[in-house]
Design a binder for this molecule. Sequence first.
Ligand SMILES: [Zn+2]
Length: 131
Amino acid sequence: MTAEEFSEAIQPLVEELKAIREALGEIREDIQWAVRNAQDYLSAINDAADEIRGEVLARVRWDDLPKPHLPSEETIACAHCDADSPRSLAEAVELGWSRLQSSDGIGEDYLGQCPDCAKKIDEVPAQRELF
Ligand SMILES: [Zn+2]
């Protein structure tokens, strides 16, 4: 095989190699474009998500959210009215119940004074002695 014959024989391979190099160059450009623009799209998506999150949080009020029904841990009765029992002694204290004491009765675990009754009693000092 002469040098000329050899050159002619590999010509299709050389052409194929050129085409592959060109294609790789185009793919590289496409990937660079995608990476650059993905960043922009990602920040746009993140900004939109932040905005939506902000709007939702601004609209939601804690008191409006449905509360799961939790079973009572302890029952507490007001000595003066039939106020609903807080779910626990800890919640009773948090809600402002006072004069809490163990109940010897069969019904409630604790007996105390609900915040409403405590307020009424404070408003009428003369009645304090009655309780
Ligand atoms: Zn009460």
